[in-house]
Design a protein around this ligand. Sequence first.
Ligand SMILES: Cc1cc2nc3c(=O)[nH]c(=O)nc-3n(C[C@H](O)[C@H](O)[C@H](O)COP(=O)(O)O)c2cc1C
Length: 382
Amino acid sequence: MKSPAEFPDSPLSRAMRQPLMLGLFLPIQSGGWSMSTLPRTTDWTFDYNARLTKKAEALGFDLVFGLAQWLGRDGHGGDMRYRNLSLDSFITIASLASITERILLVSTLHILYGNWHPLHLAKFGATLDHISQGRWGLNMVTGHSIDEAEMFGRSGHFEHDERYRMADEFVELMGKLWTLDENLTFDGEWYSTKNAFSSPKPRYGRPVLVNATSSPAGIAYAAKHSDLIFITSSAGAQIDAALDVLPAHTAQIRAAAADNRREVRTLINPTIVCRPTEHEARAYHEAILSHGDFGAVDGFTGRRSDAKAWKNHQREQRVLGGNIQIIGSPERVVEDLLRLKKAGVDGVQLTFFDFEPDLAYFGEAVLPLMEQAGLRVAVDPA
Ligand SMILES: Cc1cc2nc3c(=O)[nH]c(=O)nc-3n(C[C@H](O)[C@H](O)[C@H](O)COP(=O)(O)O)c2cc1C
């Protein structure tokens, strides 16, 4: 199955030509990424996220992406009942196709919860591929939380590496349905089908495929199937600590992809707190921290999960959130983005504390400096 990266005119190829890919992580869950009660505009509603998406597109961002989480009535708890309200990622991101023109749209789906069949996703994905003209992508997650698995009626997790073997077979069958021009009969270990056919065929081989991982099984899966992989710092959120471990991590992923004669792009998630001066940025960060909702932090970290990627994030770092944190003046932010690129990171998926004003300020103050530094090309870098 060909990737859209193999078509020079695909929206994915256009995005991949940027020196540093730029994505926005949409706050479709209440509280966004930050467990702090300091007042802000960040809002989970569709209108707010639609405005952010249009703004990101106008600024030339390459992609937007939404998280999928299943939580009980109080979310992760705390005073703010962190993430107790949320929109569904698959539907929300898909519906952004008709109000945008250029930006890639990545939906998350827990493919192993309930009874999703590859035939569903082949049809849904190809339909969205046509509606968005090749801009839609699927972040295939296998579900790391036992609490979520139980919500879907299972008594526990599928074993960690088995989940990736199931996902591998899911993609294999979905890929056949995306490409074959004849009816398909398939008898796999977990999925089967008889005389199935899916139309339309995607415009550029298949939709964009994404996954988020740091485990050997997840990296092996990504190297085989994904175009984009959301990576994490195993050293916590502090940027210098992250920069120590990222070169080896990104090199390992690149090598795994090369073994499959493929390319994958690695994207990491920084939360950016940027103000005109270092002093102002640090003061704002302090204010966010002083309103930390540690009840929410403890609820979040107390989930029953087998994901190891965020285990080294300190309790205080969770208040602002983000897999890594960049705090400072516009010049400092660009310096840190350059260091990430040197560490082998191909792109960033940004989160902010107060999304709407912070994104606007990023566009105004940081993006022009990124262009000057050669991290972004203003027009299509064809
Ligand atoms: C940037 C990023 C986004 C993620 N989005 C989701 C998500 O929306 N839903 C989810 O269940 N897990 C999500 N995860 C968790 C991953 O799917 C995965 O379970 C986790 O990274 C552990 O994978 P591993 O055990 O292969 O290392 C995300 C992880 C990262 C780093």
